[in-house]
Design a protein. Structure first.
Length: 99
């Protein structure tokens, strides 16, 4: 092996280390910036919220409702007898358990 082969390998290794460090640094910064708990809720208008039920469906039976008067998805005061287009009767935790 010549000395130029050795120095070329050394150079390639150092470039790889620098590239890996740069990639990890960028990913680390993005992970720190991502704060899902700070995601905004929908406005009541965007969710087409109404302060009365839609037939038998109402916020009080929706899994996104939070007692006494708020919602995980929609901002502002939410009535247990209200309703919006995100209404569901399935629990968000109940995924993939059906056969
Ligand atoms: S119906 Fe809409 S506003 Fe009411 S709890 Fe469910 S997601 Fe929230």
């Amino acid at each position: 092996m010549s000395s130029s082969d050795s120095s070329r390998r050394s150079f390639i290794k150092s470039v790889g280390v620098v590239a890996a460090a740069a990639t990890c640094g960028a990913a680390g910064a993005k992970a720190q910036e991502y704060k899902p708990q700070e995601q905004k809720k929908l406005t009541q208008a965007a969710a087409r919220y109404q302060d009365h039920p839609n037939g038998m469906d109402a916020c009080g039976t929706c899994p996104y409702f939070q007692f006494p008067k708020s919602c995980v998805l929609v901002e502002g005061d939410i009535s247990p007898t209200g309703w919006c287009r995100m209404f569901t009767s399935f629990s968000p935790l109940d995924r993939g358990a059906h056969q």
